[in-house]
Design a protein around this ligand. Structure first.
Ligand code: SF4
Length: 217
């Protein structure tokens, strides 16, 4: 999707309006996609590593027999300087080779679930309590303080990817209401929702209908 970048602002956060135009599937469905977006691991804030490690024992209890149990194998060794993370540094989760010979994030289990989320849920915490922010937000991302659509990552995905228009039923913004509220707060979400309804909602529905009926372009 080629798009001219148009930005709006909420309390210092810039928002690329592509999130109101880019289509997405009815929702994340691991039964269909197998959690493919987790196959490369994720970058998280350097300091979030200690948050995860505080829960090491409980995370281990949620891992399956194939996932690496040695915490020294959970994170990359090199930090990456990145101003989009609060500490100024990003740290990647490691990947491992599965029993099928494929690779995926160390925290993704054989049923394609995230052990961080499974562990939190099992222990009565909020499901995203120890999940990296960029995992929660995907297919949204924040680059150079701009909330936008992660088109690079999404090009690799077979179900919800940027060129899978035949699977789209709504915009990325509509699909990500819970996630936006969780990460950026209700006030930010309300601002975005008003903007979406005023400027994009109807237009997207008409465009989407054209794609479904094969009359686009
Ligand atoms: S931490 Fe969890 S959600 Fe994030 S990439 Fe790894 S398995 Fe996926």
């Amino acid at each position: 999707m080629t798009d001219k970048k148009e930005l709006i602002e909420f309390q210092g956060l810039m928002i690329d309006t592509i999130i109101f135009r880019q289509g997405f599937v009815p929702g994340c469905d691991i039964g269909i996609c197998g959690g493919q977006c987790c196959d490369w691991g994720v970058y998280m804030d350097r300091d979030f590593q200690s948050v995860i490690l505080k829960h090491e024992t409980k995370i281990l209890e949620s891992m399956d027999e194939y996932q690496p149990k040695d915490k020294a194998k959970w994170f990359e060794k090199e930090l990456v300087r990145d101003g989009d993370f609060p500490s100024g540094f990003a740290l990647g989760t490691e990947i491992y080779v599965t029993s099928k010979g494929t690779t995926q994030c160390v925290f993704k289990d054989k049923h394609n679930y995230c052990s961080l989320q499974v562990s939190a849920t099992k222990n009565g915490e909020h499901k995203w309590n120890i999940k990296p922010k960029y995992c929660i937000l995907y297919p949204l991302t924040v680059v150079d303080n701009i909330l936008t659509y992660d088109d690079e990552h999404s090009k690799k995905l077979d179900y919800c990817g940027a060129d899978k228009e035949h699977n789209f039923t709504q915009t990325v913004f509509e699909a990500m209401t819970e996630e936006i509220k969780y990460v950026f707060g209700e006030e930010c979400f309300d601002f975005l929702e008003k903007y979406f309804i005023k400027n994009y909602k109807k237009k997207y529905q008409i465009e989407n209908l054209k794609i479904k009926e094969g009359t686009n372009g």
